[in-house]
Design a protein around this ligand. Structure first.
Ligand SMILES: CC(C)(COP(=O)(O)OP(=O)(O)OC[C@H]1O[C@@H](n2cnc3c(N)ncnc32)[C@H](O)[C@@H]1OP(=O)(O)O)[C@@H](O)C(=O)NCCC(=O)NCCS
Length: 468
């Protein structure tokens, strides 16, 4: 193993050892017992405490600060596994055999080519768009592209898409006697895309999951390229998922250390219980919509600053605090004004987030000698002390996964606009694994709202209303 990647493994193992020392080793029985429907539980605002379904995909213990994927501690996976292997594990429930892993990786290589999707995306002003909005658009287009893939070979479709540039759209201008313009598109023999309107069968659902896992990285990297004023580049079939993602963003093959850091970050974000974006994906899946629509809604939900948007906000906040110059004062003012410190607190974790236990030392390792990031890291360390001393004991508020991840990405030279898309590039594994699992025993999600409005009001015609 490369010397520099070995030092990363060492610091993960050290973080794991510390976490195990500080948290007990037994899962809490009430958190893992089978559910007897209808289940009796106390539900708070924001569905806090509600049990939406049973799952074997992953386990989060908020009071101890544990994260487990399919029975494996996330620390072990970070230290010894790869993102591709973790994806296979999440989707299939077991680590792959060497043959299974080879076949899976070959599928990812094929599915990374998204000619049609990228061609269509390039016709939009990606350089001006919100990267998450562009990513969401890309998942929609991938749905279309998937319907043309030859799944026996995994080969992507030929470049026969009807491009959206004016020259390639056979378009008639308004003919005489017609009130509307007529747009005529080349008709394919059979309407294959009808198939996508029905629920994907198990095999196709799994292929779609592979396609999305491979493809989201390609789309996110292409968006990043265009936003840097460059053209997207093809994936390199010889590179791992993490290395490919970095390569497609930067145009430079990453060093072993950079590849390893990205791999660890992707593993850490791959799944996390019934978080807002996963729940959004499941709600859409439960209507028997399909995996692409589900992932698209996951991307949309992830965008918000209370969820995936937080890591980007953290970096901006650290820059602001560095400029302010006094961490203690900044935190004091923010809290006394009722503000939130981004990158702190969690609905589930009332202990130190295990992912932050890995990312904090990783950031410390990477910032050394980095003139831009080192001062921000120092501010982050002081903030952690300050916030935890004020809110740790009573409110159980500690750094979450997003507090240090931006610094790690910053050290890889990644633009803050890309932090949330990177989250999606990783979390697509958890979204798809949970969607496919839920569909095995599907029931449409349909909670209730308590109506607290008025009754018996009489309709007043517009002209009789005040204010005219
Ligand atoms: C993640 C988050 C949305 C969880 O929200 P939640 O479970 O609904 O928690 P609540 O909003 O009910 O907060 C509980 C209490 O902690 C406080 N709190 C929570 N997060 C806080 C933060 N980051 N900074 C300051 N106070 C915070 C709240 O003000 C509230 O205090 P109160 O009881 O005196 O009113 C919330 O902690 C947050 O906004 N964090 C910042 C954004 C972030 O980092 N998101 C990434 C999550 S991985």
């Amino acid at each position: 193993m490369h010397e520099k990647t070995q030092s990363i493994t060492k610091l993960i193992l050290k973080a794991a050892e510390r976490a195990r020392r500080e948290t007990s080793a037994e899962p809490e029985p009430d958190q893992i017992a089978r559910v007897r429907w209808p289940v009796a539980c106390t539900v708070g605002p924001g569905l806090e405490g509600a049990i939406a379904c049973e799952s074997k995909v992953g386990y989060v213990n908020g009071s101890k600060g544990w994260l487990v994927y399919r029975g494996y501690d996330v620390f072990d996976l970070c230290a010894h596994s790869t993102y591709e292997e973790v994806c296979y594990l999440l989707l299939h429930g077991e680590l792959p055999s060497p043959d299974e892993f080879k076949a899976f990786k070959e599928k990812l290589v094929d599915y990374r080519y998204l000619n049609q999707t990228l061609r269509l995306l390039m016709s939009f002003p990606l350089e001006e768009m919100n990267a998450m909005a562009a990513l969401r658009m890309g998942t929609n287009q991938m749905r279309q592209e998937f319907s043309y893939i030859d799944h026996r070979t995994g080969h992507p479709p030929k470049m026969d898409v009807i491009g959206s540039d004016e020259d390639s759209i056979p378009m008639e201008t308004q003919p005489k006697g017609e009130r509307r313009a007529i747009y005529e598109f080349k008709k394919r023999g059979r309407r294959k895309r009808m198939r996508m309107n029905r629920q994907l069968d198990d095999a196709a659902g799994l292929q779609a999951a592979y396609h999305l896992i491979a493809g989201l990285a390609t789309i996110a990297a292409a968006i990043s390229r265009v936003q840097q004023g460059k053209l997207p580049i093809d994936p390199d079939p010889g590179l791992s998922h993490a290395a490919n993602f970095l390569y497609m963003m930067t145009g430079r093959r990453p060093t072993p250390q950079e590849e390893r850091v990205m791999d660890v970050a992707l593993i850490l974000y791959a799944d996390h219980g019934m978080n807002a974006s996963t729940f959004a994906a499941l709600v859409v899946a439960s209507t028997l919509s399909d995996v692409y629509f589900s992932v698209g809604s996951g991307v949309a939900a992830l965008n918000g600053p209370l969820h995936g948007g937080a890591n980007q906000q953290v970096l901006y906040m650290l820059e602001e605090v560095l400029e302010h110059g006094d961490v203690k004062d900044w935190v004091g003012q923010t809290l006394s004004n009722g503000g939130r410190v981004m990158g702190f607190g969690h609905r589930v974790y009332k202990a130190y987030d295990p992912r932050a236990r890995v990312l904090a030392p990783l950031a410390a390792h990477l910032v050394r000698g980095n003139r831009e990031m080192e001062p921000l890291f120092k501010v982050a360390r002081q903030m952690e002390k300050e916030v935890v001393s004020r809110l740790g004991r009573d409110k159980k508020i500690f750094p979450n996964v997003d507090f240090y991840s931006g610094l790690v990405y910053g050290c890889l030279g990644i633009d803050p606009e890309m932090f949330t898309p990177i989250f999606a590039v990783s979390r697509v594994a958890g979204w798809t694994a949970r969607v496919l699992e839920y569909l095995q025993n599907n029931r449409i999600f349909r909670p209730r709202a308590r109506y607290i409005g008025e009754f018996g009001k009489r309709y007043v015609p517009l002209e009789d209303r005040a204010g005219g």
